[in-house]
Design a protein around this ligand. Sequence first.
Ligand SMILES: *[C@@H]1O[C@H](CO)[C@@H](O)[C@H](O)[C@H]1NC(C)=O
Ligand SMILES: *[C@@H]1O[C@H](CO)[C@@H](O)[C@H](O)[C@H]1NC(C)=O
Ligand SMILES: *[C@@H]1O[C@H](CO)[C@@H](O)[C@H](O)[C@H]1NC(C)=O
Length: 155
Amino acid sequence: MARRSLLVAACICCIAIGIVRAKLYTSTQNNTYFIEARHKYNWFQSQNQCTLQNMTLLSIENADKNREIHDLINENFKDKEKPLLYIGANDLANLKHFCWTKTGLEFDYTNWSEGEPNNYGGNEHCVHIGLYDDDTWNDVDCSMRFGYICEENKK
Ligand SMILES: *[C@@H]1O[C@H](CO)[C@@H](O)[C@H](O)[C@H]1NC(C)=O
Ligand SMILES: *[C@@H]1O[C@H](CO)[C@@H](O)[C@H](O)[C@H]1NC(C)=O
Ligand SMILES: *[C@@H]1O[C@H](CO)[C@@H](O)[C@H](O)[C@H]1NC(C)=O
C-alpha cells in the first residue's frame, strides 16, 4: 500500500519535472532558454520567475542573437500560435531610454516593430515580442500579462 502510493507520488513527480523541463529549450548556438508560453505574468512577475530559476529576462544585444531567438521560436512553435513573450528591455527608469535588465544599460541594437516604440497611452515601459507574428519588439504596459523568455546568467 505504502509502496504503491510512493510509486504514484514518484510518477506525479516525474510528470511535474517533465512539464518544467519541457520549457527549457536549446538554441542552435547551444544556449539554454526558458520559455513560458502557457501561463501569463506581468513584466515584474516575469522577471521574478526568471530569477527563481537563476535566469534573467532575455536581452537581444545584436542581430546574431536576434536570429538565434527567431530560429528558436520558429522551431519550437511552428505549428502553434506565436507566443507573446516579455523580454528584458524597459524604460522604467528613464523615459524613452530603453535598457536591458541584465545590464541596466541603454543599448544600440534594436529591432522594433514598425512605428514602435510608441508609448501608446503614455504608459508603455516594458517590451515584448511576438505581436506581429515575427520577433520584432513592441512596447507595452508592464501590467499586461504575457508569457516570457529567460536566459542563463553568464558574463
Ligand atoms: C552544439 O552541440 C552539439 C552537440 O554537442 C555540437 O555538435 C554542435 O557543434 C554545437 N553547436 C555549436 C554552435 O556550438
Ligand atoms: C546560478 O547560475 C550561475 C551562473 O551559471 C552559477 O554560477 C550559480 O551556481 C547558479 N546558482 C544556483 C543557485 O543555481
Ligand atoms: C528583425 O527581426 C526580423 C524577424 O526576426 C528579422 O528578419 C530581421 O532581420 C531583424 N532585423 C535586424 C536589424 O536584425
